[in-house]
Design a protein. Structure first.
Length: 252
């Protein structure tokens, strides 16, 4: 992936890792389009950062995805990078049927949202001389956090889907990259003040060092994510799983 001169669409671009990526990529000389569900927040970010564009897009809504893919093909015909970052993460108690809706929403957003975005935007990306799809999974794709079972499962599925996507697009101009962050201090799961989570700027600093590597790694894994990513290979999977099992939802 080229570091500059791209036209990049970032889903979930109004907060956390998505916004952090968007601002840094904008500063590096890329045309950025942030996508999100809250028009007022999109307008605020665009006003504060001249040159950034925005689209009102809900990855849970297939019609919203299709409308935006058609509109952006006209509005930004040079769009050549798709970053599938939008996602949700919630605690779940699998013994309580009230959480079934939470699980279904998580699958729709994290997994179906990513898949639908890929299907919708591949036609435009294939027209570019060089293009990139970045799917954001998680270190929890490799060892689940038992207190967030469906989130972990969707990210494992995103990892698998991304591997297959890479193979199918091998002969095309589209490069496929997976970004698997560790816990980062964002509003996702209320981790903004979690001392166990990685500070956002620190994460972005290390991530952009990886992005500057040539060729760009197929998987973007910062050091803090490596114990989970390589737990199976190192034989520590059960140990890491048991450690994560001790991470419980805060008492209400």
């Amino acid at each position: 992936m080229n570091g500059t001169g791209n036209t990049i669409l970032v889903t979930g671009g109004t907060s956390g890792i998505g916004l952090g990526l968007a601002l840094r990529l904008h500063k590096a000389g890329n045309k950025i389009i942030i996508a999100g569900r809250r028009q007022a927040l999109l307008d605020q970010i665009v006003a504060e950062h001249p040159g950034i564009d925005s689209v009102l897009l809900d990855v849970c809504d297939p019609q919203s995805i299709q409308r935006n893919s058609e509109a952006l093909a006209t509005r930004h015909p040079n769009l050549n990078v798709l970053i599938n970052n939008a996602g949700i993460m919630h605690w779940e108690d699998l013994t309580d049927s009230e959480y079934l809706g939470t699980a279904e929403d998580t699958v729709t957003t994290n997994l179906l949202g990513t898949i639908r975005m890929v299907y919708a935007f591949i036609p435009q990306l294939l027209k570019q001389p060089s293009a990139t799809i970045v799917n954001v999974s998680s270190a929890l794709a490799f060892v689940p956090l038992p207190a967030t079972p469906t989130y972990s499962a969707t990210k494992a599925a995103v990892h698998s889907f991304t591997q297959s996507l890479r193979v199918q697009l091998e002969a095309s101009p589209i490069e496929v990259i997976e970004l698997a962050p560790p816990g980062v201090r964002t509003t996702l799961l209320g981790q903004e003040n979690d001392e166990h989570a990685m500070p956002l700027d620190e994460f972005l600093d290390e991530l952009f060092e990886l992005l500057e590597t040539s060729p760009t790694p197929r998987e973007l894994i910062v050091e803090r994510a490596k114990p989970l990513r390589f737990a199976e290979a190192s034989g520590s999977h059960e140990e890491v799983l048991n450690m994560l099992a001790g991470y419980k939802p805060p008492a209400e």
